[in-house]
Design a protein around this ligand. Structure first.
Ligand code: ZN
Ligand code: ZN
Length: 347
């Protein structure tokens, strides 16, 4: 009996995971209701519905759009849901997505330092039954890693945002959002990186326009409902993408395994609005890297699958896939997928 119990304990996690499916979603988008986007909630939700997304948050600036009021045209897929949310748009250019809330979250918070304002976003969102994703930290160079580190109960931030003005990759004087992530993780935060669209334009298209379809998350969950998706994301059971699709991600306590889905990636890249990130150099093709504390690269593999153990003494490890591709205009574009870290220090 003892042996059987032990066997069941070993088998159980694998069985639970095998029931989980991948769901594609976008956590950040705008509608006409904010006054500076061009389409109605129905048109915006319809765009994602018609392109095989499974969930969407209509995250309007300081407005709560009740999903029950959004009536999609035609036959609605059973595997598409709206998760209630809002973009809490407050002082000092601090914005956050309040995910899975049951009512409007206030936004008029002020504090002498930015950590205090972010903490109030988080607290108010928790009071409304939801969870916070801190948005586009480099927009207006508003938020530094040091502002985020003291914040409690914050477990997600926008690592990649598809809006053309948010400076995901920093500049000569400011770190990229990915460097900020490494700083936060190295400081001991349990924080996951989200990719989103922050789209405002569905009627006008171009590389300088804030269009949809440029940043998304793939969430591994046993069911598709607002609570299950939110819980799965809070457990790190998702990856973020700006173009690369993965077939498999295994995050155990001691290692990460990544398997790229080349066919699905090629399909994503046929999109006319997915421009990727212009990069100066790098070998074309896939590169899988594994990154530890202080942004240290532990291992790099050129290929479509790789496994990496967390080195002894490292508190965490995360995975990243880069696809470099020559574009029609002769430049090289990069497309990414980022897995969430595994932690070995019990955080
Ligand atoms: Zn914003
Ligand atoms: Zn926004």
């Amino acid at each position: 009996m003892k042996y059987l119990t032990a066997l069941l304990l070993v088998l159980l996690p694998a069985q639970i995971l095998s029931a989980a499916k991948w769901y594609k979603g976008n956590t950040h988008v705008h509608t006409k209701l904010c006054g500076h986007a061009d389409s109605t909630p129905e048109v915006v939700a319809g765009w994602y519905h018609d392109r095989d997304y499974n969930f969407l948050i209509l995250s309007e600036h300081n407005k709560f759009i009740d999903p029950a009021t959004v009536k999609l045209k035609g036959k609605v897929r059973k595997d598409f849901i709206l998760i209630p949310g809002e973009e809490v748009t407050g002082r000092k250019t601090i914005h956050s997505t309040a995910m899975n809330i049951d009512r409007l979250v206030p936004w008029h918070y002020d504090h002498k330092d930015r950590s205090g304002i972010i903490q109030q976003h988080v607290n108010a969102t928790r009071d409304a039954g939801g969870t916070t994703i801190l948005n586009h930290p480099n927009f207006g160079w508003a938020v530094k890693a040091e502002d985020v580190i003291p914040v409690k109960y914050l477990h997600m931030f926008e690592l990649y945002n598809g809006h053309p003005s948010v400076r995901n990759f920093g500049d000569a004087h400011h770190p990229s959002t990915e460097q900020m992530w490494d700083t936060m993780l190295t400081a001991g935060m349990k924080v996951y990186g989200v990719a989103s669209d922050d789209a405002h334009n569905f009627a006008k298209w171009g590389n300088k326009v804030s269009n949809p379809g440029r940043g998304w998350v793939m969430v591994q969950s046993e069911s598709l409902n607002p609570d299950a998706i939110t819980e799965a994301m809070l457990s790190g059971n998702f990856y973020s993408s700006s173009g690369v699709a993965l077939k498999n991600v295994k995050r155990s306590k001691g290692s990460i395994t990544i398997e790229i889905d080349n066919k699905a990636t090629e399909k994503e890249l046929t999109s006319d609005i997915l421009f990727g990130t212009k990069v100066k150099a790098g070998k074309p093709g896939y590169e899988i890297s594994f990154i530890g504390p202080e942004g240290m690269i532990v291992k790099t593999v050129h290929g479509t699958s790789a496994t990496c153990k967390v080195p002894d003494g490292n508190a965490f490890l995360r995975g990243k896939v880069t696809l470099r591709k020559h574009r029609k205009d002769g430049t090289v574009g990069a497309y990414y997928a980022w897995t969430q870290p595994v932690f070995t220090d019990g955080r």
